[in-house]
Design a protein. Sequence first.
Length: 319
Amino acid sequence: MSISMQELAEKIGMSTSAISRALSSDPEKRALVNKEKRHYIEEAARRYDYVPNPVAGNLRQQRSGQIGIAMNMNLAIGDLNFIIMKSFLEAARDYQVATWFQGFSEDDYKDVLDICRRQRLDGIIVSHRKEPEYLEQLIQYRADGGRVVMIDNLDHQWPFPRVSPDHFRAGYLAGEYLIHRGCRRIGHYGCDSFDGCGKERFAGFKQALLEHGLAFDPQYLIDDSGDLAACHVPDWKEVPDGFFTWNDIAAVKLIRCLRAKGVDIPVVGCDNRPLKQFMEFQFPSIDCHYEKMGSYALELLLGESGRQTRLIEPELKDI
């Protein structure tokens, strides 16, 4: 199977914009890349079986000439979605396609999809929603000729291409890290009843414990209410010696709460959010590489990757 432009760029250490210009059918664009570099890119494209997909260039002739991205910008996940949006806009510039962006809150998702339809966008990338009533809207949008890619949608029954971190693997890496640190009474700050990434991360975390001969003790499960400030730690008879939190905001809340009780134990977060650098303390986190999601989603939207699903491999970032 042929590789995508992003994958070719990673293999040869060049930007996607340089590759796009070097392989363009437009002589003026090719001339922007010096002859030696252009020859190197052309040879690499043949070696790695990269074939430029004409879909991106043809989009302008199909509907509005624009592609869009609609992201939930609420306080809990807006910072991550901003990173995804930035990645999308940079990749769209390299592909030289016009873009449209719409942020939304929890209450106006349906209105945003209506706007996308009225704008007659060639395609849209939309962030995760679990409510089934939006499925009909997206199916109708696709029936009207638009393309749809879901960001981080974990409902595999929705019939759209999707790009997402491997959340199960993220939880597994966190559990494995704490076990290697010598932790045996390991807690989790989250909730196994949450749909979406939290549930998958918790499942991966428990699998790591199971494979190392440990059973998760339910007394060490703290429900995260979703409040950006509140955290309630019970009075355990035997204090846990490590914790995995389902995201970095939860990690910050938990560490502060534990320290207020005089407990200082390893805590692993998830997402490796930029906010970490501003904390009065540091902690390890699982990097889910949200900075890659926008460009990967665009490849799916344009048919560039030849895939229906793109899972991103997470990585532990220690302190």
